[in-house]
Design a protein around this ligand. Structure first.
Ligand SMILES: [Mn+2]
Length: 299
């Protein structure tokens, strides 16, 4: 299957700088391996990024503008039958990719691999960092300001699963309860094992849907393993568990219709450790997408 990489170089969703440099770096690293096509979206020049902690709608207008351009390009390319691979950027860019996938593929589910549930609204956010709001936005749960560009398609909360969460704000918990999404915590992974949790996630997101959007935030991993993210959370999963998750994603690749890898922050990385992990994940996933439907059973 033909693929298209979308590099979404934006860190507007978080007051810490650096995630905007992630995609360019990873796309350069991939050059020797990736023969497919790519498009790059760079954070708008001449904007003054708000990092003011008391600003509870940081860069809202700029993020909407960035995502509008990204969404339009992604919809267009998906209609041309490209499989989209989005490299972030902070997680606010996934509003564009997930809603573009819902627009083109119809009723889809979503699995959100993340240390955070990203289920805040403008009423509940304490930081005002919009990368804490995307999943609620994708579900159509408030945050209309962040999806003016979309054409009415949202992803149902009943088909939405978070895997690996371990940092959920108090008010955010109410949003989650009200919405009805499924959340598997890092603790669930430790208790039940990676395989049981991920298989269950695929079951929920895949139930009577036309495919699954995968959104993978590198802060899922423990910062000891992958320090190069903007908001690290301790007690995360190991590199081995992360690779196992990827194996399971690849096992289910025929159900996957779109894929994000986000939140690599090169300014926070140490000895390129996070970069190497991100590259491994991308290389494995891209290869399996390229081989989708290639092997036809002969006997
Ligand atoms: Mn996230």
């Amino acid at each position: 299957m033909k693929t298209m990489i979308f590099g979404a170089g934006s860190d507007l969703g978080v007051h810490i700088d650096g995630a905007h440099l992630g995609p360019i770096q990873l796309m350069n690293d991939l050059k020797s391996f990736y023969k497919g096509e790519s498009m790059s979206f760079i954070q708008y020049e001449n904007i003054i990024k708000s990092r003011n902690l008391s600003d509870l709608k940081k860069n809202e207008y700029e993020i909407e503008k960035f995502n509008t351009a990204l969404y339009k390009a992604m919809v267009e390319k998906m209609k041309e039958k490209y499989f989209p691979i989005l490299i972030g950027g902070d997680h606010s860019v996934s509003i564009a990719s997930a809603l573009a996938s819902a627009k083109v593929n119809g009723n889809i589910g979503i699995i959100w691999f993340d240390a955070h549930t990203d289920y805040n609204t403008f009423e509940t956010t304490v930081s005002g960092n919009i990368h804490g709001l995307p999943l609620a936005t994708i579900n159509g749960y408030k945050n209309e300001e962040l999806r003016y560009f979309h054409d009415g398609n949202v992803i149902q909360a009943a088909k939405t699963v978070v895997v690996g969460a371990r940092s959920i704000d108090d008010w955010e918990k109410d949003n989650i309860k009200y919405s009805g999404i499924t959340v598997f915590t890092t603790q669930d992974i430790k208790e039940k094992g990676v395989e049981a949790v991920v298989e269950e996630a695929f079951k929920i997101a895949g139930y009577k849907t036309k495919g699954i959007h995968i959104s993978y935030d590198l802060d899922l991993l423990d910062p000891e393993v992958a320090p190069g993210v903007s908001i690290p959370e301790f007690d995360g999963i190991t590199e081995e568990e992360a690779m196992k998750i990827n194996e399971l994603i690849i096992k289910h690749i025929n159900e996957v219709v779109s894929y994000d890898l986000v939140e690599f922050n090169p300014l926070r990385d140490q000895n390129r450790r996070t970069e190497q992990i991100a590259l491994n994940l991308l290389a494995q996933t891209i290869r399996s997408i390229e081989n989708k439907g290639k092997y036809v059973k002969k006997y």
